[in-house]
Write a protein that binds this ligand. Sequence first.
Ligand code: C5P
Length: 218
Amino acid sequence: MVSILITAGPTREHIDDVRFLSNGSSGRMGCALAAAARADGHRVDLVLGPVEVPVPPEVAVHRVVSALEMQAAAERCFGAADLVIAAAAVADWRPAARQAGKPARAADRWTLELVPNPDIVAGLAARKERRVVVGFALDATSAGLEAAVARGRDKLVRKQLDLVVVNLADAIGGDDSKTVLCFTDGRRQDLPVQDKRATAATIVRAAVTEWQQRRSAS
Ligand code: C5P
């Protein structure tokens, strides 16, 4: 039994009490990962942005809205985790200030000042010790799979991850996805086009195997 922290879903970055910046992440992959982990007998903390998908049973769910809330919840769960799987589609930017209420439109043009959100998974990976940290690299360009894998490998190094799951952009919100797992030793595993449940089970097992190998090597 391994303790797994999963981040999932989008974040919402409020402009005012009504409007927000977000993206179309459904949270389906994160919930499929949580279900797959439970099915293999692992303990799961699921830090989940605002989504409507049903959450699998027997999972500790921590609901959040913004990236800063997601970061705080993930940090709280991190101490107890052996494995982190960051599947969340965190908004890169948030408004510099949140206005109260729903301000009326006042002009033809409006400039919104944004500030960067923290990179949650990179922050956790920087102090991972013996934990295994898995990230996702969703590629939205049309440059093809090999370019996506190259960018995924770059993320692996830059964010100090142990495994990167490369997904082509048509995965977002959809049911099936083309996926490649990239490991730090240069290995890669191409998964067949299949539904997210099957992909999730493979990702969880690959990550748990990494964790077991590291534990037995140390
Ligand atoms: O850099 P990019 O957003 O493509 O990286 C994607 C990976 O990093 C995903 O695993 C995502 O959950 C994670 N991430 C994060 N915090 C952010 C941005 C991305 O944890 N602010």
